[in-house]
Write a protein that binds this ligand. Structure first.
Ligand code: MRU
Length: 339
């Protein structure tokens, strides 16, 4: 299985990531040895996807500690560098969650930070496998069909997690049970996580799929070409409102109109129980050049401005199910109780 992020202890310790900015054309790895390098990789989306960012946050604390020892930082500088990692991107709660979890234990002894970061990675794989199983069960029961056609948005596979995947994991589980006929993959503008990453993973797993432009999603759903929609999440508020890659809410609206299930698949580390509702979620706005240019070539008239929100929020009443490793919650029916 692809490993998006790991810790290596060569001559100098590093966070090793697969560089997701150049996939699938080039399969190359980056060894990040400083906080600056890690923060830059997170900001450029060389490592991305909420659960993978949770691992990056955890390993980031261990990396900062090692750099502190090498360069003689005091506690104040170390705390500031850890905060820089935690806040490198604002929307996926996992990043801050991973960094805070490891930060909270790092004073307990040498090696404790790294041990906790490794634990985050192990737990994420276990959670993803469990939620995939539960999500597949729920979809098969809900649709009462034996072979399903899916639509998904962005990338939620092994690349976006510590291992296995979330929404992608549900698709893989259905495929392994012989219950998945076809996946419509939204290209996911502007950085093409669907075209470049999800499609690459699906091809490796031998799962039948087609990539479509994001604008096709609602029509594909309304034409009856899919039986369900499954997406991942970057942050889920206590009431079930869900932030995910821009374009997700359009698919949810169409799914509701078409009367097909709209499922959110995410580990509990993506649930922000302290946040009452989705309108409190900070939505990352990225550079306008990502929208206005394709492969570095400008597509717009000079002086035109771009609007580039990276995420949207799907209100809970449009969501039929949120599956975590603890079970499925149906937020459109009842107030969710995440425990
Ligand atoms: O900007 P990205 O590529 O980090 O956005 C990723 C997504 O929106 C994913 O759907 C989400 O993080 C879930 S990944 C299992």
């Amino acid at each position: 299985m692809i490993q998006a992020i790991e810790w290596i202890e060569d001559d100098a310790p590093a966070v090793r990531i697969i560089d997701q900015t150049v996939l699938p054309a080039v399969e190359s790895y980056l060894d990040l040895r400083t906080v600056d390098e890690l923060v830059d990789a997170i900001a450029r989306l060389a490592v991305r996807g909420a659960p993978a960012l949770g691992a990056a946050g955890g390993y980031g604390v261990a990396l900062a500690e090692r750099q502190a020892a090498r360069e003689g930082w005091g506690q104040a500088r170390l705390a500031a560098e850890i905060e820089r990692v935690a806040l490198a991107r604002p929307t996926a709660v996992n990043l801050e969650w991973g960094a805070s979890r490891v930060d909270a234990v790092r004073r307990e002894g040498e090696g404790r930070a790294l041990e906790e970061a490794h634990r985050i990675v192990r737990e994420d794989e276990a959670a993803n496998r469990e939620l995939s199983r539960l999500g597949a069960d729920w979809l098969l029961a809900r649709t009462e069909k034996k072979a399903l056609r899916a639509l998904t948005h962005c990338n939620t596979g092994a690349l976006a997690t510590a291992a296995w995947g979330t929404a992608y994991g549900v698709l893989k589980e259905l495929h392994d049970r012989g219950a998945l006929e076809m996946v419509y993959v939204d290209e996911t503008r502007p950085l093409l996580q669907g075209t470049r990453l999800t499609s690459w993973e699906l091809a490796q797993d031998g799962i039948a799929h087609m990539v479509q432009v994001d604008g096709a999603a609602s029509s594909t759903i309304l034409r009856g070409l899919v039986d369900f929609v499954v997406i991942g999440a970057d942050r889920i508020a206590a009431n079930g409102d869900t932030a995910n890659k821009i374009g997700s809410v359009a698919a949810a609206l169409a799914a509701q109109r078409a009367g097909i299930p709209f499922l959110v698949a995410a580990p509990m580390s993506t649930v922000d129980v302290g946040l009452a509702s989705g309108n409190l979620i900070e939505i990352e706005e990225r550079a306008e050049s990502e929208v206005l240019a394709v492969s570095g070539t400008s597509m717009s008239a000079p002086g035109v401005h771009g609007f580039n929100p990276a995420f949207d929020v799907t209100p809970h009443d449009l969501i039929d199910g949120i599956v975590t490793e603890r079970g499925v919650i149906e937020p459109h029916r009842t107030q969710p109780a995440f425990t």
